[in-house]
Write a protein that binds this ligand. Structure first.
Ligand code: G4P
Length: 531
């Protein structure tokens, strides 16, 4: 991942990224400050709902509900210092889900937010691992420095050891908790002082010549200044200096210390993305690598969201543009169906509202309203038969059977389930024998979310119950062999929402047996979403 001088300027100025964090570390607050400094909202809201409910929806929807500002879920675009930032939302619920993984296939970098008192937490680690699978460059923001936090070296050590990544301090905090006054900017040798009086005000920057500048004493109490000098000297000796190449390769993360709620450190972080953050990167397809500057427009669907507007049954497919310059009204080929599609009303998610996108460039995320034709993993091109890779579908780890409270509603339930399967919110399996469905998810909370969505969006109360199966494996192989196997194992067979065969069981032993007895068949726990 290198910066490329030859990219068209419109592409080179784009930054597409996500924020990852453990719940409560401050992702929403930081997002809000990004929007504020990006000119997308006028004022940061203070009202927010508490409790578990807010975790079950995407954070942007949460902001929409709680704060009354109209922001659209999933992706937001705003301008910052001559750059176009595309911030893609990672789902807010605390269970790891495929949604999250797929979101991260659409970005070029991630910001990892950690709570200065808590350090690396479980969800941070999981999300980080996903970023690592894709070698995503990561910028770290250590938040809540206005509260009692851990020792700075301890936090850095924990990240280095826990996540096996080099950490280069971009700033160094001065004081902690009530004594926190700001940070020393190690990249520019500047002093940043936090404004405690106005939470939405950007820090005051004091120009200095370095750590020995006598001016520092005008702003920092003597004991804190001595500590700062000692620590920075040690840090420069012991810790790696920021190295752009290492960062872009995902081996090193710069860390800023700040307080999102006080707007402190946020601008420095944004400047970090602007200055160092990767430009739109090439994307992989089964056929070839696609470079962002290619003239022909290509893109892939990484998320489908239904019922964004309760009045319509429409879905919005979120497309990451991989190459080219898209203009509204263009006819693109929907590769899976080989049909042309006129993209006449694409939306760009400017934070203030959804807006019609007249144009978009490689790196941008556009929303395409549709009636269900567009599915996760689908490619749109100007005719080329591309299949984007790397958007996997995971085997669910938890299975339950589902029934409508009212048996007359079975057909409606099927429709609702298929919609969620298409959205990628759950796996839905229709057993070969018997009626009913088996629903698979990656985290237990998703059952609750599904039950409440089915009730809210379709008016069908449902019951999830323990299923006799605990594992699902997609089965592939020569058709004759596959049919024979399915017929001999009807009580274990089902189809997913694409009609692909799935083997359900409760024993790992069963899976091993099938693999041993049927060497021509392949049982796999992921299904790559491509056609
Ligand atoms: P999340 O999206 O990662 O879950 O975190 P969110 O931004 O919702 O922040 C979680 C809590 O941490 C919120 O408090 C928020 O105000 C607080 N917070 C965020 N940044 C900072 C910071 O820099 N310093 C301090 N001290 N707190 C911060 P809450 O009690 O849940 O809500 P609220 O009533 O304070 O708004």
């Amino acid at each position: 991942m290198e910066n490329r001088a030859d990219l068209p300027p419109e592409i080179a100025r784009r930054r597409t990224f996500a924020i990852i964090s453990h719940p409560d570390a401050g992702k929403t607050t930081l997002t809000e400050k990004f929007l504020l400094f990006g000119g997308a909202i006028q004022m940061a809201g203070q009202v927010r709902a508490k409790g578990e409910a807010r975790r079950t929806r995407s954070d942007f929807m949460k902001m929409e509900q709680d704060r009354g500002i109209s922001v659209s879920a999933s992706a937001m675009s705003f301008e910052y210092d001559g750059h176009r930032f595309n911030l893609v939302d990672t789902p807010g619920h605390s269970d790891f889900s495929e949604d999250t993984y797929r979101t991260l296939t659409a970005v070029d970098a991630a910001i990892m937010v950690i709570d200065g008192a808590k350090g690396v937490e479980s969800q941070t680690r999981k999300l980080f691992e996903v970023c690592r699978l894709r070698d995503l460059p990561i910028l770290t923001f250590c938040n809540k420095m206005d509260r009692e936090s851990r020792d700075t070296f301890e936090i850095i050590d924990e990240i280095q050891e826990n996540l096996a990544i080099d950490v280069a301090p971009a700033s160094w905090p001065i004081g902690v908790g009530r004594e926190f006054i700001g940070a020393y900017d190690l990249l520019h040798d500047r002093l940043e002082i936090m404004d405690r009086a106005d939470r939405n005000k950007v820090a005051e920057t004091v120009k200095i010549t370095g750590l020995n500048d006598p001016k520092l004493a005008d702003h920092i109490p003597a004991d804190l200044l001595e500590k700062l000098r000692e620590e920075v000297e040690m840090a420069r000796e012991l810790l790696p200096a920021f190295d752009r190449k290492s960062f872009l390769e995902g081996h090193l993360t710069p860390i800023w210390f700040g307080s999102a709620i006080n707007s402190f450190g946020v601008r420095e972080l944004m400047d970090g993305i602007r200055q160092y953050g990767p430009e739109p990167q090439p994307q992989l397809s089964a056929e070839r690598e696609i470079a962002p500057e290619e003239k022909a427009v290509t893109g892939f669907v990484f998320k489908v969201q239904a019922n964004m507007d309760p009045k319509h049954r429409d879905r919005v497919a979120f497309v990451r543009l991989a190459s080219g310059h898209f203009e509204r009204g263009m006819k693109l080929t929907h590769v899976r169906s080989k049909k042309p599609m006129a993209i006449s009303n694409p939306v760009l998610f400017l934070a203030a509202d959804r807006e019609l996108a007249d144009e978009a460039w490689a790196g941008d995320i556009i929303g395409i309203p549709n009636h269900g034709q567009l599915r996760i993993g689908d490619a749109l091109t100007e005719g080329e038969g591309l299949r984007f890779t790397g958007i996997p579908s995971f085997a669910p780890e938890l299975l339950q059977s589902v029934r409508a409270g009212d048996p007359m509603k079975a057909k409606h339930l099927e429709k609702a389930l298929m919609q969620f399967a298409e959205e990628g919110a759950a796996k839905v399996f229709k057993p070969m024998i018997g009626s009913g469905f088996i629903v698979g998810v990656v985290g237990a909370l998703q059952f609750e979310v599904l039950a409440s969505r089915i009730e809210m969006e379709y008016g069908i109360p449902v019951r999830f119950e323990a299923s006799q199966f605990t594992s699902a494996r997609w089965v592939t192989g020569p058709t004759a062999k596959l049919d024979g196997f399915a017929n001999a194992n009807k009580q274990h067979m089902a189809t997913d929402h694409d009609g692909d065969p799935v083997f359900l069981t409760r024993l790992q032993w069963d899976i091993d047996r099938v693999q041993r007895d049927h060497p021509d068949l392949k049982l796999s726990s992921t299904k790559e979403m491509m056609v």
